[in-house]
Design a protein around this ligand. Structure first.
Ligand SMILES: Cc1cc2nc3c(=O)[nH]c(=O)nc-3n(C[C@H](O)[C@H](O)[C@H](O)COP(=O)(O)OP(=O)(O)OC[C@H]3O[C@@H](n4cnc5c(N)ncnc54)[C@H](O)[C@@H]3O)c2cc1C
Length: 387
């Protein structure tokens, strides 16, 4: 049974007169993965925490549903381990194009695919165990100089965390700007009831889109198609990937197709006064990196340290340094998006020198420094000339 299904989730009514107002040090706005991670990390450091979300669990969201080894380590620090029966491991990443394929294993550990709702359920369960107060079905409508407004109710708290996703209103209310988005892509996700055919998470590169395939169970995969075309749905995208289409021809979808935006956004300032941002609200990298959740979990630990120390002073620089690697890798990976001749050359270079691809993966999961990877990049450039 999935974590989300077996949970008895307490849901407080909007106008409950709870004593959380006198015991809460931190109000987290948004109970997605970033908000729950921030809440658990703050509780681990002894702070009183309330999470408010306008939705009710299990909260779903289109996602590739892959957790890299560094994301799993960050989750373990929050006291969350992923049960084998609710997930599926993968040993590395495989890039596939029409002409060639290359894969590499993670330098250490493995990744895990897990349904978004199951991950959310596990995080809710852990938040409850850690003593976080959860208020579902409750929308924060404004911030003012005293705290946050939940409709008519004013919540006065020392600290507010904005974990309200890509289109964060907390960010705007706190005067932290709208976020500078340099790239907007469109993603569609569907699950299929089929045994995973690969021990890797696969990224298939096509002329109009990429397919991102994650094993998430013994009999289930998650497929995401991402492109710059808002109208390109999964069935049409599959026409560019005949090998994948053939595998899925007779397979029953296990979920409805759902769409989401994949934005690459930079937020210049992620804290002001009593407010700090985390997760997609604090900036996002393209979905192709599979790094959004890991970044949020790592931000949570740094933010909680700052809150426990009573100052957000160091959060800005900690946040910037956590974003650097995923942002760099996102830009690098998307050079493969087009033009086609460049993709062919890079894929040929990787196929003839798979150790370069292994270094790319090591840099992606933080096991090779960006400086070390830059030296490898020179080798890749040389390999492309020779390919
Ligand atoms: C197609 C796609 C594939 C991806 N694949 C991966 C992957 O494989 N691996 C990975 O690590 N990352 C992946 N990501 C990124 C990852 O999904 C995001 O980084 C992650 O969802 C961010 O979580 P969050 O908690 O910041 O935001 P969200 O999950 O968006 O949560 C925000 C929450 O805030 C609540 N909220 C908003 N406003 C208010 C309000 N005013 N009052 C109360 N509540 C409010 C919402 O109800 C919501 O629950 C992918 C992203 C996309 C689009």
């Amino acid at each position: 049974m999935r974590g989300a299904d077996k949970l008895q989730i307490p849901r407080f009514a909007r106008n409950d007169n709870l004593d959380f107002m006198t015991t809460t040090d931190v109000l987290v706005i948004g109970g997605g993965p970033a908000g729950l991670a921030a809440a658990i990390a703050a509780r681990q450091r002894g702070l009183g925490v309330t999470v408010v979300d306008s939705s009710v669990p299990p909260i779903d969201k289109p996602c590739g549903e892959g957790l890299m080894p560094d994301g799993l380590a960050a989750l373990a620090d929050l006291g969350i381990s992923i049960p084998a029966e609710e997930s599926h491991p993968f040993r590395g990443i495989r890039f596939v194009s029409s002409e060639s394929a290359v894969d590499a294993s993670f330098p250490s550990g493995h990744g895990v695919g897990i349904r978004r709702t199951a991950l959310h359920g596990l995080m809710v369960e852990r938040a409850i165990e850690a003593g976080v107060t959860l208020r579902w079905g409750t929308t924060v409508t404004a911030l003012d100089h005293e705290g946050a407004r939940l409709g008519d109710e004013l919540v006065r708290v020392p600290w507010i965390i904005g974990a309200d996703g890509l289109h964060s209103r907390v960010r705007a209310w706190a005067g932290l700007g709208g976020g500078a988005c340099r790239r907007r892509r469109f993603a569609f996700r569907r699950h299929y009831r089929v045994a995973p055919w690969s021990d890797c998470m696969e990224i298939h590169w096509g002329p109009r889109s990429q397919l991102y395939i994650t094993p998430i169970g013994r009999e289930e995969i998650c497929l995401v198609a991402i492109s710059r075309d808002p109208k390109l749905r999964i069935d049409e995208a599959l026409a560019d990937f005949p090998a994948v289409a053939a595998r899925l021809e007779q397979v029953e979808p296990a979920s409805m197709e759902r769409g989401a935006l994949s934005l690459t956004c930079r937020v210049r300032r992620v804290c002001a006064g009593r407010v700090a941002l985390i997760g997609d609200a604090s900036g996002a990298v393209d979905a192709i990196t599979g790094d959004g959740l890991c970044m949020a979990f790592r931000q949570a630990a740094r933010l909680a340290e700052c809150l426990a120390a009573g100052s957000l002073e160091h959060y800005q620089s900690a946040h910037r340094s956590l974003m650097r690697r995923p942002a760099f890798m996102g830009e690098l990976m998307l050079t493969l998006e087009r033009p086609a001749w460049l993709r062919r050359r890079v894929m040929r270079a990787f196929a003839s020198r798979p150790e370069m691809f292994a270094k790319l993966l090591a840099a992606h999961v933080g096991e090779l420094s960006l400086a070390g990877f830059a030296a490898n990049g020179l080798a890749l450039g040389w390999g492309m000339l020779a390919a």
